[in-house]
Design a protein around this ligand. Structure first.
Ligand code: SF4
Length: 509
């Protein structure tokens, strides 16, 4: 069996010219030949100038990739950069703040904002896949050569985010939150069936510690390249000081035969020895605590009661869902928007899962039952309260019909309407599995008195104009393309299996 190659290269500056040289050398050494519809998939989970500067793959890195491809583009029919940002934020907004526009223009590439395209159904064939099919936007289904360009960061749900995890952004918001609970690691592995990348280049020049949205910068001065997702993630896990067997999505991908889990089975190359790369990452700060312990270290203003997830598979904590989102939301608020948020918050109580203990809020303190699976019986401020779980087992969720409301305006209006309708109720209820991180922002702002980033006056015009334009384009495309039956399969897919697609014409934001 041939061992997949992973190259570790030194690069200590975001210099587009130098990056183009290193990345081009990597492509040549790995035999990666861009062809047909070639798409670069960065990580732009969020990007806001002056606020979230470190969460995304840097613009210079993308420019380097675009230049490297253009220097080898004999068989390239289309060059694009495609992504779906998270947090209900329009990807247009993310690309603008990440500074991708000029580079995309200079290299005559296209930008694909996935939420603005219709979705097609792609079958999953592995017997252990969570469901028989998933939905992806048409540019993803039509891609012939994918360049996966993740940012190496710590991650509160998954310990780390790199090549495998970057595939979550191949789906739009409505479909990506399906199984984004304690099945998250399995979902990440299932998505690998959609496309095999032709080239992987990890932006680890400045990696991100502790959080994925507003990480602490950590200079590693590295670019990691390969063509096998598991092998690249295994090497990067070691650089961060993690055992790849302890990162569930890497372990599951390895067990499914998608790549080697042991470094001994990887052909290492490049100009940085593996041990030196590990030394550069020594002491890398991860985020592997449950939300109650993590917040207890920070503040006494948020009380968290953790109950069990609704399924034995979930263990004793829903790692991919609602609880971790609270930590990521409030920690990123503190780091990027409101340094004193932990001191200024009004006391709040959060309840996740099937909680059986007592809840003793202070007078006037909001109690929030967060997520479909939250349930509890007892007395709140002298009143008998019975909160029922509305959780739907994942096997009963059909992505063809599932319509999660992850629109930023709808979430806000739903919260306000809920306050009017249930103004006498002694608790707050948030639905969704998982409920969006924006639901946390809304509660922290309106109930806890925290700053709401969505109301930042300096971003209002920039955000609102792109939100409106993005929705108009999406509606137009879905209507205009309603006659389509299936995208032409690229050679990579054709070699694996015929693509059986079905349009989801309602679209998802
Ligand atoms: S609703 Fe429950 S099971 Fe679903 S993501 Fe939230 S905590 Fe996890």
């Amino acid at each position: 069996m041939t061992h997949p190659t992973v190259l570790i290269r030194h690069c200590d500056a975001y210099d587009a010219g130098r990056l183009a040289h290193i990345l081009g050398e990597g492509m040549d050494a790995l035999g990666a030949r861009p062809h047909g519809r070639t798409m670069i998939k960065p990580n732009v989970v969020v990007a806001v100038r002056g606020r979230y500067e470190l969460a995304h793959t840097r613009a210079e890195f993308i420019e380097g990739l675009l230049a490297a491809v253009r220097a080898r583009d004999g068989d390239v029919t289309e060059l694009a950069v495609g992504e779906r940002s998270a947090l209900t934020v329009p990807t247009r907004f993310g690309f603008h703040h990440a500074g991708y526009g000029p580079a995309i223009k200079r290299h005559r590439a296209k930008a694909y904002y996935f939420e603005e395209y219709p979705n097609v159904e792609v079958p999953l064939r592995h017997p252990d896949a969570l469901r028989p099919y998933v939905y992806v936007p048409t540019p993803v289904a039509a891609c012939d050569f994918l360049i996966n360009a993740p940012k190496l960061k710590a991650h509160a749900w998954c310990k780390m985010t790199c090549a495998l995890k970057n595939y979550i952004g191949l789906q739009d918001s409505g479909h990506r939150i399906i199984d984004h609970d304690f099945h998250l690691h399995q979902k990440i592995v299932d998505l690998q069936e959609i496309l095999t990348p032709g080239f992987i280049a990890v932006d680890a020049i400045t990696a991100g510690e502790l959080t994925m949205m507003s990480p602490t910068p950590r200079r590693l001065g590295l670019i990691v390249m390969g063509t096998n997702q598991v092998a690249v993630d295994v090497v990067c896990a070691h650089i961060l000081g993690l055992d790849p067997h302890a990162v569930d999505h890497i372990r599951i991908a390895g067990a499914r035969g998608l790549g080697p889990l042991d470094v001994a089975d990887i052909a290492l190359g490049g100009d940085v020895p593996f041990e030196e790369a590990r030394a550069r990452g020594a002491g890398f700060q991860l985020s592997v605590e449950k939300v109650d312990a993590a917040l207890r270290r920070k503040t006494d203003r948020i009380t968290v009661h953790l109950g069990l997830p609704p399924d034995a598979h979930g263990g004793d904590y829903c790692w991919g869902g609602c609880p971790g989102a609270l930590w990521e939301t409030v920690e990123s608020l503190q780091r990027a928007w409101q340094p004193d948020v932990y001191e200024r918050l009004r006391p709040m109580t959060y309840v996740f899962g099937d909680y059986r203990g007592a809840i003793n809020p202070k007078p006037g303190e909001p109690v929030i039952f967060f997520g479909d699976c939250a349930c509890w019986r007892g007395r709140l401020n002298g009143r008998v309260v019975e909160v029922e779980s509305t959780y739907t087992p994942h096997s009963r969720i059909d992505p063809r019909r599932h319509r999660a409301s992850v629109d930023v305006v709808r979430i806000l209006l739903r919260f306000l309407w809920d306050r009017v309708r249930h103004w006498r109720r002694p608790y707050h209820r948030v639905y969704g599995c998982p409920a969006s991180m924006h639901e946390h922002h809304v509660r922290l702002a309106f109930l806890g008195g925290a700053k709401n980033p969505y109301f930042d006056a300096r971003l209002f015009l920039s955000f609102t104009s792109r939100y409106v334009w993005s929705n108009l384009v999406r509606r137009w495309r879905i209507t205009a393309h309603s006659h389509l039956r299936r995208p032409a399969p690229g050679p990579q897919r054709a070699a694996r299996a015929p693509l059986d697609t079905r349009h989801d014409l309602t679209g998802q934001p």
